[in-house]
Ligand binder design. Sequence first.
Ligand code: ZN
Length: 348
Amino acid sequence: MKAALYKEFGPPEVLRYEEVEDPVAGPGEIVVEVHAVTVNRVLDCAVRAGTETQRGVVLPHIGGVDPAGVVHQVGEGVAEVSAGDRVALLSRAPCLECDQCKAGEFKKCPKSTMLGVGRWGGAAEFVKVPASVAVKLPDNLQFAEAAAVMRHGPMAHYLLFDAGDLQPGETVLVMGAAGGLGLAGIQIAKAAGAKVIAAAGSDERVAVGYDYGAEFGVNYVKEDLTKTVLDYMGGEGVHLVFENISNPNTWPKALKCLRKFGRLVTAGAHGGGKVELDCAFLYHENIRIFGCTGNTEKNVGDTVSLAGDGRLRAKIEKVFPLSEATEAHRMMESDILSGKIILDPRAG
Ligand SMILES: [Zn+2]
């Protein structure tokens, strides 16, 4: 098969479109013919650059954390999926060898690895994975769309409901609204009957937030975020802040948008990660702050079903053939994009 492989860490040019041996499904595994996989700033580009040394990437390596495609081969003992099924693949792959895996408790595997980081991923014509990571897709959900929504949808569900306890009729302030996680947050909150305020760092990005269903938008570079949100809310503040930037300028402003008993949920620190916390506000207003990385099977199922009926859409910037993976990585690193970049191995 062809793959976008690299044998050394470095700039996008270390990626080589070359022939590697076809994977073969062992017991409990499947081989999937990849139709789409996303390119991500950290999980693909920073890993390839060699700056994510703590992740223990072994060379030569093939990235690609969230492929979607068609089941091509099924190993011994696999009953959940059959050849020909359309699937998306979850990134966290169990080892299949430990006691928990042998008992079928794949989620509890202590030696699980991340697809495309700790093991070869989907930037290839085929990818081999444990069958338990496959999620069947409805026929009307395109593969590029599926790869992109599965990247952020389950986590957005977890943040909004499991951590944030969002209720119908409440108002949520979505920070970084035009990013992948932000756009998922807007649509999922709206589908649950909540109202959404989209906050972003440029008028164009605020406009994207409106396009995806926000009822109000704030450009936090031009306007005072707290004042604008409180004015819009009639002075009372929002119920939930959906944070994913951790920028030292915007984070304290976002926190102050909360009403009494408000919640702030956060996942992501690309804006710096260290922020000031007004503890007097925190305790006087009975605020709760949650950070989390996980998601549940229900979050995954809810994502697939919302995407299947068109209420959760990804913003796709560009689809590149796999042979142009270098170009795709360059674009990811050079631009401030709001849409996802996708690789399609079947396009060459
Ligand atoms: Zn295991």
